[in-house]
Design a protein around this ligand. Structure first.
Ligand code: PXL
Length: 286
């Protein structure tokens, strides 16, 4: 059931990610998913790329670092507020400091700061970032109420060697407690598996020290953009008044359904998952 959590106006999110023109990740996932869930979604692009960087060759890249603060300054003059600020893939190291400034502005006005520390997958940092990036991202996460790393990103931020799983419960809960201890907020860890059959997410709610798990049957293969689809559905659910556990259940199932829909079409996995086909399920189950 879609609910509006803000009594004075439609719930409004600011989504700060790149625009990968092809590849269904970042803004091209966040905007349709949040909008479908009834949330007004303002976008602030960090960069424009012809495709994402995870498979296509020779992509174009336009860095928008210099455009970000002028946009915010204009909104400030107009008195525009947000219920949540949601960041993902950044276009430059410098943008880390810019995000901290933006978080300070909107946190003061009561916005939820939701950071997907998009940096890597399968044990590797994405090609556009250098080794100093994870430490910068960890510092940025200290401004967040909720962070949603995958296990690669969590390992990079903690300076730990990546392990591909299956994992022990203690390993997962240690990672979440350590990240929450450093950053101060709640943690949603993706890519969690305790066996070969089920894959999902763990949530650590810093307000009550509660850990929960959400799983779906594992679907073999690598599907690009599922982290963005997961985080966007999680936030969409949270802003409709659901708690972290219910939101993780919804986001895990939404990502799994998006992958299952993708398997029906024979298209290269780099083109992203067919989350559009799972949107009716999302809005009926949120
Ligand atoms: O889905 C994460 C992502 C977002 N944006 C860009 C990317 C990637 C992952 O490769 O390259 C530009």
């Amino acid at each position: 059931m879609l609910k509006n959590i803000n009594p004075s106006r439609q719930t409004r999110v600011l989504a700060i990610h790149d625009i990968s023109c092809i590849g269904k990740c970042s803004i091209t996932a966040a905007l349709p998913i949040l909008s479908a869930a009834g949330i007004e979604t303002a976008v602030l692009p960090t960069a424009i790329l012809s495709t994402h960087t995870g498979g296509f060759k020779g992509y174009t890249f336009r860095d928008l670092t210099d455009d970000i603060m002028p946009v915010i300054n204009h909104w400030e003059k107009e008195g525009i507020d947000f219920d949540a600020v949601y960041t993902g893939y950044l276009g430059s190291y410098e943008q880390i400091n810019i995000m901290k400034e933006i978080f300070s502005i909107y946190k003061k006005k009561g916005a939820l700061i939701f950071v997907d520390p998009v940096m890597g997958d399968n044990g590797r940092l994405y090609s556009a970032f250098d080794d100093s990036f994870p430490k910068g991202m960890l510092d940025m996460c200290a401004y967040a109420d909720i962070i949603t790393p995958n296990i690669t990103e969590a390992s990079l931020m903690l300076g730990e060697k990546y392990s591909s799983g299956p994992y022990e419960k203690k390993y997962i809960e240690d990672i979440m407690r350590r990240l929450s201890g450093i950053c101060g907020g709640s943690v949603v860890l993706t890519g969690v598996c305790f066996d070969e059959n089920m894959l999902g997410a763990a949530t650590y709610d810093a307000s009550n020290n509660k850990t929960d798990y959400s799983f779906a049957r594992r679907i073999d293969g690598m599907y690009h953009g599922t982290g963005d689809v997961f985080a966007s559905a999680f936030l969409a659910s949270l802003l409709n008044g659901n708690d972290m556990k219910k939101s993780a259940d919804i986001a895990v199932e939404f990502a799994a359904q998006s992958i299952r829909q993708t398997l029906k079409i024979k298209q290269d996995r780099y083109y992203g998952v067919n989350f559009e086909a799972a949107i009716p399920w999302l809005i009926n189950n949120i």
